[in-house]
Design a protein around this ligand. Structure first.
Ligand SMILES: O=C(O)[C@@H]1CCCCN1
Ligand code: NA
Length: 671
């Protein structure tokens, strides 16, 4: 009965539905507005801001990328974020409930959100596990990734380490103990321990629902900012930091013409704000209806953007220092070599002003001299900060290799290292809470039978997450993490968000939605939003979807593998089974939308075979059917699309009663 009331209200009533949702009365609410904002910020600001955004920015034109990202944030980010916030807050349901409310045929959008959310939760917690591993390993001096370990005979270094670097070796061999390619392999037990620990933390923070996670947010959402600012100050005091930042922000305007850059920027907008995850909806569904969700949308998006910029400044200040340090050593080494070569008169006529020259001066000198002297043949290289900065600093490589290495060069390195990984841990945990809420809230709202066993259900979700997560802590697990990262949280998200947008703007009606928002906020949001929802963001997303599809078709999917023998990374193609897996990731995540749609159509058909539409009816005034039958209270839910739907048997039964002249019954029903 409860359920059919919801559906009824969604499909027929245009008016505010406050009193029609009995379950909202028992819905918990946020302890305070601050807790709510911290929770939204905590969810949206995550590992992506620290290691995806700076990398994208660096690869795609620095300052020009920032501008592009900002434009896309305004055009698709904020309107859609606002849409999700407003929908959750007015309907007060998790994602499944929200879309079901708009039309039962659209409930699949909610299920798809849940699936995407679970995919992300699965691998996200593995990264938290990695951070825990590094955090625990940081309690020693010198840090274990500072020097290469010696072989048993004490004279030689471990060759894999000597050929690469101490941090790279620690990451691939000590932490991941990675295999050469993707595939089933034995378990990495220390990492498994860390993953279990990570799930215990998540479960602990979630167990009492938003009441407990709201409190945890005070620490978990604020702490990363303290660390980021400390790192920025520390970083700016180091040599080369400003060069790093300058190299980073120098705009390369030509990227504006590259569709793939647009695609990456837009995908990052989705990922950063958590659009389509259902978590934003879940969180806002615990709000009062009067809450100003328009302000929240702008505030949270803005904080998110600022955090990305802050993180980018930190990363490039620190990497600039590192590049500076490395080039200095490169320069000193080369200087020695040149001295040697001149001494045994292999090289002459080179006028290198040896004393008191800077790395930049050396680099200039090198470029002018190299053409005739061909210095590379003697193993003498140009030591350019830019080249060092341009070496891949993507994803895991950024946090666990480049950044860790930079920190070993700080005085009191273990302290900074602990701080950094504690920050990653907190960034990740607050996002995990949001992810789990995006799975648990809609399921609890939809399957009422679960509601009494909320705690047990939460624990069960965590345990399942852990069990499936074992895939990612095999020795080859990191390859699965990058596969999930590349494919499960990109295309499906776009598809989900397109459907969300269509559902609100075209199925429910943009004007009607604006009316609802006006009722909540007390003022009507800018008309601009309406046009955004109706045309602009939809078109932008369809363009984005096409760009992603084209890209998937032309670029053969590859992954970055570690080759132990060569002690280097190499690009490998996915084997057929892995290709099948990654395609099924996308399909499984999007499938609920058509499946539920078709199922619902089928159900409606069957229903209409069993029922008969009977006369016009008007929901708000009770039903006025034809002369034969007076509608009953119970008929209200059956009032769909302006017609009363009555089961055949019921009709016959009532017809019989009426023809018997049962006046008493008749009185009863009209009341
Ligand atoms: O940028 C991030 O790391 C997160 C991932 C999950 C959704 C919200 N943003
Ligand atoms: Na977070």
């Amino acid at each position: 009965m409860e359920k059919s009331l919801n559906e009824l209200e969604g499909s027929v009533a245009g008016e505010s539905s406050r009193d029609l949702l009995p379950e909202t009365a028992h819905r918990p609410t946020w302890g305070s507005k601050v807790q709510y904002i911290l929770a939204q910020v905590g969810f949206s600001v995550g590992l992506g801001n620290v290691w995806r955004f700076p990398y994208l920015c660096h690869q795609n034109g620095g300052g020009a990328f920032l501008l592009l990202y900002f434009v896309l944030l305004l055009v698709i980010g904020i309107p859609l974020f606002f849409l999700e916030l407003a929908a959750g807050q007015s309907i007060r349901q998790g994602s499944i409930g929200v879309w079901k409310h708009i039309s039962p045929r659209l409930a699949g959008i909610g299920f798809a959100s849940c699936v995407v959310c679970s995919f992300v939760a699965l691998y996200y917690n593995v990264i938290i596990g990695w951070s825990l591993f590094y955090m625990f390993s940081s309690f020693q001096y010198p840090l274990p990734w500072e020097n290469c370990p010696a072989l048993a005979n004490q004279t030689q270094k471990e060759p894999e380490c000597a050929k690469s670097s101490a941090t790279t070796y620690f990451w691939y061999r000590k932490a991941l103990d990675v295999t050469d390619s993707i595939g089933a392999s034995e378990m990495n037990w220390p990492m498994t321990g860390c993953l279990i620990f990570a799930w215990v933390l998540v479960c602990g923070g979630m167990i009492k629902g938003i009441k407990s996670s709201g409190k945890v947010m005070y620490f978990s959402s604020i702490f990363p900012y303290i660390v980021l600012v400390s790192f920025l100050i520390r970083g700016l005091l180091l040599d080369g930091a400003l060069d790093g930042i300058q190299i980073m922000f120098t705009p390369k305007l030509e990227i504006w013409g590259d569709i793939q850059v647009w695609r990456q920027a837009a995908t990052q907008v989705f990922f950063a704000l958590g659009l389509g995850f259902g978590s934003v909806i879940a969180y806002s569904s615990y709000n009062d209806r009067e809450n100003n969700c328009h302000f929240d949308a702008i505030l949270v998006s803005f904080i998110n953007f600022m955090t990305s910029i802050l993180a980018t400044l930190v990363v490039f200040a620190v990497l600039g220092f590192r590049a500076n340090d490395i080039t200095k050593q490169c320069f000193l080494g080369n200087q020695e070599k040149i001295r040697g070569l001149i001494a045994d008169s292999t090289l002459q006529a080179l006028t290198l002003p040896f004393d008191n020259i800077t790395v930049a001066e050396y680099s200039n000198w090198y470029t002018t001299v190299d053409a005739e002297a061909n210095l590379t043949q003697y193993g003498i290289t140009n030591c350019r900060v830019e080249d060092e900065m341009n070496k891949g600093v993507e994803g895991t490589g950024l946090a666990f290799i480049a950044f860790t290495e930079a920190m070993t060069r700080f005085p009191a390195s273990p302290f900074w290292s602990i701080l950094f990984f504690l920050m990653l841990l907190n960034l990740g945990l607050s996002t995990m809470f949001g992810n789990m809420q995006g799975i648990i809230t809609p399921l609890l709202d939809n399957f009422t039978c679960l509601r009494k066993r909320k705690t047990i259900f939460t624990i069960l979700c965590c345990i399942s997450g852990l069990l499936i997560g074992f895939v990612f802590v095999q020795r080859s697990g990191s390859y699965f993490v990058s596969m999930f990262d590349d494919y499960s949280a990109t295309l499906p998200l776009i598809i989900v968000v397109i459907f969300e947008n269509v559902a609100v703007a075209w199925v429910y009606g943009a004007d009607r939605f604006m009316d609802d928002i006006e009722k909540m906020l007390g003022y009507r949001p800018w008309r601009l939003y309406k046009y955004m929802w109706q045309y602009i963001s939809i078109l932008a997303m369809i363009g984005l979807l096409l760009a992603s599809l084209i890209r998937m078709c032309i670029a053969h999917p590859t992954y970055q593998a570690w080759n132990m023998e060569k002690a280097a990374e190499e690009k490998l193609e996915y084997p057929p089974w892995a290709l099948a897996t990654l395609i099924s990731l996308i399909v499984v995540a999007s499938l609920p939308i058509p499946v539920v749609f078709l199922k619902q159509i089928l159900q409606d058909r069957l229903q209409s075979l069993r029922t008969k539409s009977y006369g016009q009816c008007e929901y708000s005034q009770g039903c006025t059917v034809d002369e034969v039958l007076e509608p009953t209270e119970e008929d209200i839910p059956r009032c769909l699309n302006g017609y009363l739907h009555v089961e055949m048997e019921d009709l016959a039964e009532r017809g019989k009663l009426l023809s018997d002249g049962d006046e008493e019954n008749n009185d009863n029903v009209t009341s």
